[in-house]
Design a protein around this ligand. Structure first.
Ligand SMILES: *Cc1c(COP(=O)(O)O)cnc(C)c1O
Length: 453
């Protein structure tokens, strides 16, 4: 029988666990990679150049038939699993009705429904409004625009180790120049990088860290010139730094008292990722604005800003929007994502993942002193690696170990993502539908990888 595809009949068939049948990358991936190198600039790099044929739940399969346990979920995008049946059905149904009208020409209900759903589930019981856009960076840009218009001020403040995107303004908001900003300047001005809370390295309480952040902003900027303070409740790219208790509420009190708009960039941490709808909830943090993207539409591009109605309404008619913002297919998928998180009880699943993964990683930390710290919430957990023998002293970052562990895991069929200002963090962002067996299997591979260092 002539076989043109390695794929079985149905998308969900048999994608239950890892399976390596060739070298990684395999011959078909290598051939595709040759074509890609000729056609795609090197600035667009890939963590693991295996070319994907299909995916379901927490498993992806490449063109050579290798299957990987996906602990990255496309950087926290397929939070409710790859090709969730309800999301696929909702998108397919919308495909047959209409693909585009442009909400700012002739609107449609699904945009409004997404706005209602996000407003109901973000922290704060005040009246909220929502604008939908295409990407996380675009959401951040819009949040800054809106805050500047609402306050009549210019200054933008962010925290050290933060990441906010790859557009001109958001490049200026990132902590790490390499690779996100290096050579791409000049950057917009009036962006200020204030100290953050990084308990593993600064040893400060939330109040102490907040006093340091506020002191910096008052000294270097002045509240009266500051339009917006943007914080990630758990820092994504930076390495899942989880602030000490009290840090975010103290920043909020200061911002509220000084007329500064405070925004949570929940692009990575939101939409059920941490076992709560939005990670701000874990910290008693009620931001004025919330930025969301990644997980909201199950893999389709959708992002936005939701926030206090009076702030959101500061922008004049026509001042917000964009051709594809709130695309009908993406909006239909997003509504299904909200429904599935509730129907499948995925917030509880996020908490169960933490309850299983954190002790397993802590046990590894007890066994191997290259693990300096285990942190995060829900299905957003990381380990920070240090040079052997430095955990209690200098905590010297160990990027080489991270690279070797990620490579080893990939060869065994487990895809893990790295992160961190010093590239010394392994972050786990599995889909909330990952099974206990899959999670245990991944941890076993991780243990082998660390033992092999
Ligand atoms: C991914 C990310 C962004 C940027 O989103 P894009 O959709 O890639 O533009 C911004 N902030 C955080 C916290 C992110 O994780």
């Amino acid at each position: 029988m002539a076989v043109t595809s390695v794929l079985p009949e149905t998308a969900a068939d048999a994608l239950t666990g890892r399976r390596i049948v060739t070298e990684v990358p395999g011959p078909k991936s290598l051939a595709l990679h040759e074509r890609r190198l000729a056609a795609v600039p090197v600035g667009v790099s890939s963590t693991l150049p295996v070319y994907i044929a299909r995916a379901h739940g927490a498993v992806i399969e490449d063109v050579d038939g290798n299957r990987f346990l996906d602990l990255g979920a496309g950087i926290g995008v397929t939070t409710i699993g790859h090709t969730d049946d309800a999301v696929v059905a909702a998108a397919k149904a919308q495909l047959g009705d209409f693909l585009h009208t442009l909400f700012t020409i002739t609107p449609y209900e699904s945009y409004v429904r997404v706005a209602e759903l996000v407003a109901e589930r973000t922290p704060g019981s005040f009246a909220k409004k929502t604008v939908l856009v295409n990407s996380g960076a675009e959401a951040v840009e819009n949040g800054v625009k809106i805050a500047r218009k609402a306050t009549g001020r210019r200054g933008v403040a962010v925290l050290e180790h933060g990441y906010h995107g790859r557009t001109s303004l958001t490049m200026a908001m990132n902590y790490k120049a390499m690779p996100y900003g290096a050579g791409f300047g000049p950057f917009p001005g009036d962006v200020h990088h204030a100290p953050s809370s990084y308990p593993f390295r600064d040893g400060l309480s939330g109040e102490e860290a907040a006093a340091r952040t506020i002191g910096y902003l008052e000294k270097h900027v002045g509240a009266e010139d500051l339009a917006i303070l943007v914080v990630e409740p758990i820092q994504g790219e930076g390495g899942f730094q989880t602030p000490a208790d009290g840090f975010l509420p103290a920043l909020q009190r200061w911002a509220n008292a000084n007329g500064v708009v405070i925004a949570a960039d929940e692009i990575q941490s939101g939409m059920g990722r941490t076992g709560a709808w939005f990670a701000s909830e874990h910290f008693g943090f009620e931001p004025d604005l919330v930025f969301f993207a990644k997980g909201i539409a199950g893999g389709l591009p959708l992002a936005g800003v939701t926030g206090r109605a009076e702030i959101m309404d500061a922008a004049q008619p026509g001042g917000l929007g964009g051709t594809f913002g709130g695309n009908p297919v993406a909006a239909a998928a997003a509504i299904a994502v909200f429904e599935q998180i509730e129907q499948q009880d995925l917030l509880a699943a996020g908490r169960s993942i933490e309850a299983r993964l954190r002790p397993a990683l802590e046990a590894l930390a007890a066994e191997f002193d290259v693990i300096g710290d285990v942190r995060g919430r829900g299905a957003m957990i990381a380990i920070e690696l240090v040079e052997p023998g430095t955990r209690a002293t200098t905590k010297t970052p160990n990027a080489a170990a991270v690279r070797r562990i990620a490579d080893f895991a990939a060869q065994q069929g487990v895809l893990v993502l790295t992160a961190g200002t010093w590239a010394n963090v392994i972050r786990f962002l599995p889909s909330l539908v990952i099974t206990d067996e899959q999670l245990d299997d991944a941890v076993a591979v991780l243990r082998e990888a660390i033992a092999a260092l």
